[in-house]
Design a binder for this molecule. Structure first.
Ligand code: NAP
Length: 283
């Protein structure tokens, strides 16, 4: 096969990290391929997606505002994409387009590598947007015993629970999904939790949800999904309360690496992805 390509479809895309990551990945794997960001309006999305069926196209990443609109433009949806209500990766399989979502699997893979194990634990997720859905899915996948979703707008938390619950069924161990208001996190906890994830967009804006220190013990891990800035108020407060704190770079890295894996069928060159990420952060 001659030169191959993949792209990012979104609006805006100018500041995306994806071209740096995937071009480094393609080069390190010795693939004759390139990746580019394509600024596409909602009106132009169908014609941009039609181009992905070309034999030399590996697939695409999809970002705002197109993650839902992709549902009606691909030929097949993965279970995760359907349940999470968002496509972030398209795979070209012989001209058929598969809509997938690598956020939850990327987070789960990073958590395993980072030795963060929610098995048998009741976890807390702050926020109820697209990222929070992926977190709940990943925690289910890693065999958490349950998740409580706390959100500013309680109807959004309730909707997340109602929509995801049918997809998160198993016999053993049982999985429970609860919801409540974000203000609950500011109150003393009945018991510390082992894993608390901030999936609100506050960290991205230099702010933090208020979390009472009693939610944490030295066994707790606080995961901030934002990565820019790399250190947030949520992380600082968690550390001050004795917990381990991590940002969203691991999830970011592994959701991208999983897209590479699904496009090429090869193991992603993680060293190249990590180096590209480090370089991008330093710049
Ligand atoms: P989203 O769908 O827009 O959801 C935003 C969430 O933040 C909602 O739950 C919203 O609550 C809450 N929120 C917004 N402003 C708030 C405020 N002032 N006070 C309290 N809660 C507030 O966004 P998303 O796509 O889920 O992304 C959430 C975060 O995850 C962002 O920081 C994003 O950068 C990060 N993220 C990271 C990765 C990664 O790879 N590391 C991947 C995806 C996302 P309401 O429902 O009340 O509006």
């Amino acid at each position: 096969m001659s030169h191959r390509w993949a792209c990012l479809l979104g609006q805006p895309v100018a500041h995306s990290l994806s071209p740096a990551l995937h071009n480094a990945g393609f080069a390190a794997a010795g693939l004759d391929a390139h990746y580019e960001a394509r600024e596409v309006s909602p009106t132009d999305l169908p014609s941009a997606v039609a181009l992905l069926r070309a034999p030399d196209c590996l697939g695409a990443n999809v970002t705002a505002p197109h993650k839902q609109a992709m549902f009606s433009l691909v030929d097949e949806l993965s279970d995760e994409a359907r349940a999470l209500g968002a496509v972030n990766t398209v795979i070209n399989q012989g001209g058929r387009l598969i809509g997938a979502n690598t956020d939850a699997a990327g987070l789960a893979r990073w958590m395993r590598l980072a030795d963060i194990d929610p098995a048998g634990q009741l976890c807390v997720v702050l926020g109820a947007g697209g990222a929070a859905r992926s977190v709940v899915w990943a925690l289910f996948d890693l065999r958490a015993s349950g998740v409580t979703v706390l959100n500013r707008t309680s109807s959004h938390a309730q909707r997340l629970v109602e929509e995801l619950q049918p997809h998160l069924q198993r016999n053993e161990p049982q999985f429970d999904l609860y919801w409540d208001e974000l203000t609950e996190a500011a109150l003393p906890a009945a018991l510390p939790c082992q894993i608390m994830v901030n999936a609100t967009s506050l960290g991205h804006h230099g702010a933090a949800p208020e979390v009472h220190p009693s939610w944490y013990s030295p066994l707790s891990v606080a995961i901030e999904l934002a990565y820019n800035p790399p250190e947030t108020g949520f992380m600082v407060a968690a550390r001050a309360a004795g917990a381990r704190a991590e940002n969203g770079l691991g999830m970011l890295l592994h959701q991208a690496a999983l897209a590479f894996e699904r496009w090429t069928g090869q193991a992603p060159p993680m060293g190249a992805y990590e180096a590209a990420l480090t370089e991008w952060l330093a710049a």
